[in-house]
Design a protein around this ligand. Structure first.
Ligand SMILES: Cc1ncc(COP(=O)(O)O)c(C=O)c1O
Length: 355
């Protein structure tokens, strides 16, 4: 029986990337060091870093006006790092569409003034809120492109008169996106870009001028911009895997092919859920996530039975986040169509067997 991985992250790797990784780590007869065992300062790793940055630039379409930084610490560190660098002496503005935006806001408030300009919390995070008035001294508007737990996604970035700062953790490189229109964006690699340990940041160069002097060097984006993201030892294996993922994306037709495929199969899953009398998803249609589909059983007591039965059928990682309950299917780039069709068949069969 095939296993299908719907984990929210760390998540499924594309099959060919997994094979390349295994090959890269397999010892040869001469004992040649693998990619995980060489200096990040040497020519061999230098070539990997250079190609990784060039491919990221090409796929995101950002030009010289943006820096691409390859960092440590995940999106959680960016929740604090961003306001420490860009919001000093200004107000940081946040729009809340779910759990992760709330966490980003809480960290910003530890750093300085941060305001909620719109929130969908009252409705239970099932729609996008109308944007309210932005404080005149707003440093940026922070939004979560895709709320991984609530399954709410902005179809396109909000339009405002201040720089946008986007948490794109769970949708980075899943579709064509106007990255060059963003002031700042960040995403951990462990969903659509390989394995945990690497965090990608895009930052408009003129925003670097806002960074106050006197920060710890490590927590100053300029340190990373001026060192080719090699201020300290990078997560070399995660960089290598990211490069393989970018090659795989390109081989598969790039972001527009991925975007079309991802949207089509998410809508097949939503259609199956909507057609069911047992399963449901509460999110407004226009902002349903293409990447993470939370869904609920009519009888909540059957949730755990469904997760267990799914695992028995080879469908892994469907348990919903503890903050929301229910089930969740994460449909990142590496989840193939067969996985989604198998899930749909499973949901139908589970419903039939319980009614
Ligand atoms: C939208 C979003 N933001 C932030 C995070 C936290 O990421 P990290 O574990 O890389 O800090 C996640 C993780 O799932 C996420 O989905």
């Amino acid at each position: 029986m095939n296993a299908f991985n719907f984990s929210a992250g760390p998540a499924a790797l594309p099959g060919p990337v997994r094979e390349r990784l295994a090959e890269a780590l397999r010892p040869d007869q001469r004992g040649t060091p693998s990619v995980a065992e060489i200096s990040h300062r040497g020519a061999r790793f230098g070539a990997i870093a250079e190609e990784l940055l060039a491919r990221l630039r090409a796929l995101t379409g950002v030009g010289d006006e943006h820096e691409i930084l390859l960092l440590h610490g995940g999106a959680n560190l960016q929740f604090a790092w961003l306001p420490m660098n860009l919001a000093v002496g200004r107000t940081a503005a946040y729009v809340l569409t779910g759990h992760w935006g709330e966490k980003a806001l809480a960290e910003a408030r530890r750093v300085g003034p941060a305001e909620v300009v719109a929130s969908a919390a009252d409705g239970g995070y099932v729609d996008l809120p109308e944007l309210g008035h932005l404080p005149p001294d707003s440093a940026y508007l922070h939004y979560t492109g895709n709320e991984t737990i609530h399954g709410v996604q902005y179809p396109a970035p909000p339009v405002v008169g201040v720089p946008l700062a986007a948490d794109l953790s769970s949708e980075f490189l899943s579709r064509p996106y106007p990255y060059d229109a963003l002031g700042f964006a960040y995403a951990g690699a462990q969903k659509n870009l390989g394995i945990a340990g690497l965090t990608v940041v895009l930052i408009r160069r003129d925003l670097l001028d806002r960074i106050p002097d006197g920060l710890p060097k490590y927590l100053d984006y300029r340190t990373w911009a001026s060192s080719g993201s090699m201020y300290n030892t990078p997560a070399t294996l995660a960089w290598y895997v990211a490069l393989e993922v970018l090659r795989w994306i390109e081989d598969g037709g790039g972001l527009s092919a991925l975007g079309t495929r991802n949207a089509a199969r998410a809508s097949r899953l939503y259609a199956a859920i909507d057609a069911s009398e047992f399963w449901s998803n509460p999110v407004a249609e226009h902002c349903r996530s293409v990447m993470n589909v939370p869904f609920f059983a009519a009888d909540e007591r059957l949730t755990m039975a469904a997760v267990a039965a799914a695992e028995d059928a080879g469908l892994i990682g469907l348990k919903g986040h503890r903050a929301l309950g229910g089930l969740r299917a994460s449909l990142y780039n590496a989840v193939d169509d067969e996985a989604v069709e198998t899930l749909i068949d499973f949901l139908k069969e589970f419903e039939r067997s319980r009614s």
